[in-house]
Design a binder for this molecule. Structure first.
Ligand code: SAM
Ligand code: DTB
Ligand code: SF4
Length: 367
């Protein structure tokens, strides 16, 4: 049985990533079979509960207010809307709902209270609940755990070095701190990143070093291919070659044998054959539903057809970890602390982020 290591070096990871493909696939698939059923795939549905208007400058993100993208922004959804969407997701075979909000960090107050109620509501539908709300404190993580949250998604996105070329409004350390805050609770950690942002293969390896150092390693690692959205600083990035996706998935599987590797954004550009190779290489979860947060994703029926072709079965909820109990708001042991944490703001200048910001002004002025 392969052991879980936390001391991988960048060079060791690069050597794996660059192996002849057949050797890489064989090794990854063998490790995959030691720890997982190769014919089941965990299916999550994403739900953007608060869309757009985000104050951050993440260079990949269509929801950053400063870039001129075409997305339609929305205030926080109601608990009833979320419940209806969750029921739809459950009926279509999803075991998990992942709620995303275009926030820098969670602020205590009525909106967070509503999110806690959404978590309670979905957990009571016997579905795994995940949230991705930006940076959170330990107290906020405890309150989410008490409401019945199963997983919290907070991506490292890339290597610490390349991160400085992507985001200037928050630091890598804060990402690690948020993950650590989640780890202090019984909520599982979902953390991965994006390839295709102009980074080097060394940066992909650097991100895997950072993820594999986490102890325990994340229960889920999403590998996103950049969705290059018009108006963002990364609008002109070339699509990720399927071979890069397969290599990244296989390497992640070898480095983190027990994690669920999630084949995330970018599937609309992948053939079924390409996705099948990713599943063979160790991917065992996907986001389903015709939309990710703001961008398209394959249709649910197309995915079910692919599952049937490949003999894959959707994973049932709570097979990896028992369902958390939901504590009602009135019985809560934790109260809102109204903390004002000092999350960092490096605020260095990133040329392409600045250019996209100014371009948006120009586009508006020209209209
Ligand atoms: N605002 C919160 C945050 O940043 O933590 C939560 C939502 S944010 C959209 C969640 C993740 O989606 C990001 O960390 C990033 O990895 C991924 N993402 C965003 N835009 C993307 C894009 N255009 N292509 C691929 N992945 C993307
Ligand atoms: C993750 O790693 N990928 C998902 C989820 N976690 C929140 C988000 C992908 C977003 C793709 C761009 C969009 O649809 O806005
Ligand atoms: Fe905001 Fe999250 Fe998008 Fe960054 S990734 S701009 S924090 S929604």
């Amino acid at each position: 049985m392969s052991v879980t290591r936390h001391d991988w070096t960048k060079q060791e990871i690069l050597d794996i990533y660059n192996k002849p493909l057949m050797d890489l696939l064989y090794e990854a698939a063998s490790i995959h079979r030691e720890h997982h059923n190769p014919n089941t795939v965990q299916v999550s549905t994403l739900l953007s509960i608060k869309t757009g208007g985000c104050p951050e400058d993440c260079g990949y993100c269509p929801q950053a207010a400063r870039y001129h993208t075409d997305i339609e922004g929305n205030d926080l959804m109601s608990v009833q809307q979320v419940k209806a969407q969750a029921l739809r997701a459950r009926a279509s075979g999803s075991s998990r709902v992942c709620m995303g909000a275009a926030w820098r960090n969670v602020k205590d107050g009525p909106e967070f209270e509503n999110v806690l109620e959404m978590v309670r509501t979905i957990n009571k539908l016997d579905m795994e609940v995940c949230c991705t709300l930006g940076m959170i404190t330990e107290n906020q993580a405890q309150r989410l755990a008490e409401a019945g949250l199963y997983a919290y998604n907070h991506n490292l996105d890339t290597s610490e070095e390349y991160y400085k070329e992507v985001i200037s409004t928050r630091g890598y350390e804060d990402r690690l701190q948020t993950i650590d805050n989640v780890r202090k609770t019984n909520v599982t950690v979902c953390s991965g990143g994006i390839i295709g942002m102009g980074e080097k293969v060394e940066d992909r390896a650097g991100m895997l070093v950072a993820l594999s150092k986490l102890n325990p390693q994340p229960e889920s690692v999403p590998i996103n291919a950049l969705v290059a959205v018009e108006g963002t600083p990364m609008e002109e990035e070339k699509p990720v070659a399927i071979w890069d996706m397969i290599r990244m998935v296989a390497t992640t599987r070898i480095i983190m044998p027990r994690t669920q590797v999630r084949l995330s954004a970018g599937r609309t550009d992948m053939s079924r054959e390409g996705q099948a190779m990713c599943f063979f290489a160790g991917a065992n979860s996907i986001f389903a539903g015709d939309k990710l947060l703001t961008t398209p994703n394959p249709d649910v029926n197309e995915d079910m057809e692919m599952f049937s072709l490949l003999g894959l079965e959707p994973q049932k909820p709570f097979v990896k970890k028992a369902q958390p109990e939901t504590v009602e708001a009135e019985d809560s042991k934790f109260e809102a602390l109204g903390e004002k944490p000092k999350w960092s703001r490096p605020e260095h200048s990133i040329e392409r982020n600045e250019a996209a910001k100014h371009k948006s002004k120009k586009v508006i002025a020209d209209k």
